[in-house]
Design a protein around this ligand. Structure first.
Ligand code: FAD
Ligand code: NAI
Length: 469
């Protein structure tokens, strides 16, 4: 190998890019991974999945200590939150992960090039090095894995102090008295939960008429009901037209989504979480002719090839759910195909999980989608109140819903609100990946007493045979 010449150069070290780089190295390619942020792991490890889950876990422990223990006969007094310590722990968790990825790249002999990359020409990546100067990498193939960034909102300028994105929302140095969350999706509900548990009065302003609008509508309703009971307030079908920071907090102007009289809400902190958009700034895509769609996503074919030969793209920067595991699956499938093997991602089977407590999880089609597609289906639903382990644990809110083809019984979707929904959903993912039926789930022996028994019962309910309701 000539120095700086690789079989593959991956631009971006997130869960799409670093996983693609490792898999390509395993397949025998010489690989470099270019990352500009100063740490590997991308949005996910640095300012996304990992820090948010660390804070969700810490804040849930506090919630349990202050509101859950008493039911179990455990008296806990003087329980206090040390925000600085909680954030420091989160930072340590992040560091362990980002250093872990660095170790993995080294172990797999992937060159970690620290700096911002641009495609100077097909086969050439110019890197503005973090240590100063530039480097030119030659590559037989290039994979773009540059991820996504926060979608901005007109008249709501993010300063990461009073008006924050998720990045600022992960590092607040105090618990705000009031927090207004703009957007009731994944980030809004997760970070809203963190700060509500720690003491903030949280109001979620959502443009549409329900939270988590991409999920099955029954899940959205149940989530909102449970989160409202926990103390979160919701303003649905409402739009934010402006937010102005001032000495006494941020003045947020809202009005009905359909139009109407404006109203002003105030809060110490405003979190903007209305979605994310692909990030391609500075890559030089126009000059080399890599096509993007109207939403700014790089257009790829079934093999992740862009409009320019030997340039590929994966993860948040292309179409599909903006999820870490999806980005990784893209990366693996992309380099497997490059290596002449088989690579494929079934986007219908990418599970989505909202890590509130209880959690919401989904895979496959929602009821609304099946209706729109004219598919005849059967619904099996089972409440956690009838799952013994849920009652044992004192966490028995929510339900499991399985959708199956009315004629063939093939499992088409599974939607859960409840304890550990994010773990439970994988049984449905596995069965659906093998083209299994609701009856297949119903016939499997599930250990007693586990939350997973609810999956069996929901599957039995598809045939009207649930045993414990
Ligand atoms: P990214 O992770 O965004 O990585 C892209 C990397 O490329 C970045 O590090 C960036 O610095 C680098 N880069 C960009 N341009 C260049 C360039 N020109 N040169 C060099 N480097 C460059 N998903 C889940 O599945 N589960 C979760 O629990 C979850 N929680 C989340 C919580 C939050 C608060 C947020 C914001 C996101 C969360 N996500 C979660 C989404 C997840 O983080 C993304 O889907 C995932 O990180 C996408 O991976 P990626 O590799 O495509 O891009
Ligand atoms: P989101 O798409 O999940 O939710 C955005 C919400 O904002 C939607 O409900 C939308 O209707 C609403 N909205 C849009 N414009 C609005 C406006 N002007 N005013 C009020 N509401 C508005 O996006 P979010 O929460 O920002 O997260 C971005 C992405 O990051 C997610 O889609 C997901 O892919 C990923 N993510 C995944 C997590 C997980 O897997 N647990 C956690 C956090 C983020």
């Amino acid at each position: 190998m000539v120095e700086n010449t690789y079989d593959l150069v991956v631009i971006g070290g997130g869960p799409g890019g670093y996983v693609a780089a490792i898999r390509a190295a395993q397949l025998g390619m010489t690989v470099a991974c270019v990352e500009g942020r100063g740490a590997l792991g991308g949005t996910c490890l640095n300012v996304g999945c990992i820090p948010s889950k660390a804070l969700l876990h810490s804040s849930e422990l506090y919630e349990q200590a202050t509101h859950g223990f008493a039911d179990h006969g455990i008296a806990a007094s003087g329980v206090k939150v040390d925000v600085a310590k909680m954030l420091a722990r989160k930072d340590q968790v992040v560091l362990k992960h980002t250093k872990g990825v660095e170790f993995l790249l080294k172990k797999n002999k992937v060159a970690y090039v620290q700096g911002w990359g641009a495609i100077a020409a097909p086969g050439t990546v110019a890197v503005k090095l973090a240590k100063g100067g530039t480097d030119t990498l030659k590559a037989k193939r290039i994979v773009i894995a540059t991820g996504s960034e926060v979608t901005p909102l007109a008249n709501v300028a993010i300063d990461e102090k009073q008006i924050v994105s998720s990045t600022g929302g992960l590092v607040l140095d105090h618990v705000p008295r009031e927090l207004i969350v703009i957007g009731g999706g994944y980030i809004g509900l997760e970070l809203g939960s963190v700060w509500r548990r720690l003491g903030a009065k949280v109001t979620v302003v959502e443009f549409l008429d329900r939270v988590t609008p991409n999920m099955d509508s029954e899940i959205s309703k149940e989530m909102q009901k449970i989160l409202t009971k926990q103390g979160m307030a919701f303003r649905l079908s409402t739009k934010v037209t402006a937010a102005k920071p001032g000495k006494n907090g941020v003045a947020v102007t809202v009005e009905p989504a359909a139009g109407g009289a404006p109203e002003t809400l105030t809060a110490g902190i405003v979190l903007v979480s209305i979605g994310r958009r692909p990030y391609t700034a500075g890559l030089g895509l126009e000059a080399v002719g890599v096509k993007r769609d109207n939403a700014g996503r790089i257009v790829v074919d079934h093999a992740f090839a862009t409009s320019v030969k030997d340039i590929y793209a994966i993860g948040d920067v292309i179409a599909g759910p903006m999820l870490a595991h999806k980005a990784s699956e893209d990366g693996i499938a992309c380099v497997e195909t490059i290596a002449g093997r088989h690579g494929h991602v079934d986007y219908n089977l990418v599970p989505g999980v909202v890590y509130t407590w209880p959690e919401a999880a989904a895979v496959g089609k929602t009821e609304e989608q099946l209706k729109a597609e004219g598919v005849a289906y059967t619904v099996g639903k089972f409440p956690f109140t009838a799952v013994s382990r849920a009652t044992v644990n004192g966490h028995n809110q929510g339900f499991i819903k399985i959708l199956a083809d009315r004629k063939t019984d093939r499992a088409l979707g599974c939607h859960i609100v409840g304890p550990d929904a994010g773990t439970l959903i994988h049984e449905a993912v596995a069965v659906m990946a093998f083209g299994g039926s609701a009856e297949d789930i119903a016939m499997i022996s599930h250990a007693h007493p586990t939350l997973a028994e609810g999956m069996k019962e929901a599957a039995l309910a598809v045939a009207g045979r649930a045993l414990h309701v």
